[in-house]
Design a protein around this ligand. Structure first.
Ligand code: L34
Length: 288
């Protein structure tokens, strides 16, 4: 058996095409061009690729993109000052500080500094809290992209056993929270596994939907997957042999019913949901 491929790349392209007309309408009818400010501190090679891809998406859709690239030793206080300056700039609708940040900077402190109504990442504690009670304005981009892929691939989430491998604030915890909400495209029974989980396989084997954000290449292999399950691979690892996910694709695809590839799976969806949130942030200013 060979699993059906869930192409994040194709879904992303389709959604981004829809955004093009949405953005031009915002411009024509309301004179507003959505504007995203992206801050990148340091020279992490992966972050540079992701930020570049975000810029390309902005350009394609007609979102104005401002990039602030700062050296690895950029002081925390200066970073917070830059965020505050963008908070006050009415022309900026969305602010994103690319993670991870260099060690000398307190990430939490920086995330607190972003105005919640410009927090297109959904990382500010106010937005994290709203997500928890089902009132989110901005869903974090990677989890939102995962949910969209489940919906568009026709994977039933209602009543499904979802197992999430990984408990990060960016992916594991928020996707678990999203999928257990009493809402369309959710309503699942969710288990979160992590590095201290006993007998990981006993959990992953039960999953109708297995979401892997372990941060470890090929951490999940075919023998850990329930036959016919939908497998979402969130990992992007740069090995000498090229990019690979946190799922061992070769063995997994023989067991899974549907599976996302790396690259071309969740990554492009993360960027697409960022575009969605940025457009939404621009719309929100019209109501004020
Ligand atoms: N603040 N930091 C903040 N917001 C985010 O939403 C992110 N994330 C994660 C890392 N740090 C962040 C991203 O943007 C991960 N992430 C991300 C974005 C884009 C891609 C992957 C992860 C992506 O474009 N992936 C391509 C492959 C690109 C490559 O590495 O060559 C793919 O097809 O998967």
């Amino acid at each position: 058996m060979s699993a059906e491929l869930i192409s994040g790349k194709a879904v992303a392209e389709q959604m981004q095409n829809e955004f093009v007309s949405e953005v031009s309408e915002l411009k024509e009818k309301h004179g507003v061009q959505p504007c995203l400010a992206v801050i990148l501190v340091g020279e992490d090679p992966a972050s540079q690729v992701y930020v570049k891809n975000k810029g390309i998406a902005c350009q394609k859709i007609g979102v104005k993109s401002l990039e602030f690239r700062k050296p690895a030793d950029f002081p925390e206080a200066d970073l917070i000052q830059l965020v505050e300056q963008l908070n006050h700039d009415a022309a900026v609708h969305g602010i994103l500080v690319q993670l991870p940040l260099p060690k000398h900077i307190n990430e939490t402190k920086v995330l607190y500094a972003v105005r919640p109504d410009k927090d297109v990442d959904g990382f500010h504690p106010v937005n994290v809290g709203k997500l928890m009670i089902g009132e989110a304005e901005f869903l974090p981009c990677t989890p939102a992209g995962i949910q969209e892929l489940l919906i568009r691939s026709g994977t039933e989430t209602k009543g499904a056993e979802v197992v999430v491998v990984g408990r990060s604030n960016i992916v594991g915890k928020p996707i678990a929270m999203i999928l257990c909400q009493k809402q369309k495209g959710a309503d699942a029974t969710v288990t979160i596994c992590h590095t201290r989980t006993k007998d990981m396989k006993s959990h992953t084997k039960r999953a109708d939907i297995l979401i892997v954000a372990a941060g470890k290449p090929k951490a999940v292999t075919g023998d850990m997957i329930k036959p016919g399950a939908t497998v979402i691979d969130v990992g992007v690892n740069r090995l000498e042999s090229g990019l690979c996910g946190d799922v061992d694709f070769e063995t997994a695809k023989e067991v899974a019913g549907k599976i996302t590839p790396v690259p071309g799976g969740v990554g492009p969806m993360t960027i697409t949901m960022l575009m969605k949130n940025t457009i939404k942030a621009a719309r929100l200013t019209l109501k004020k």
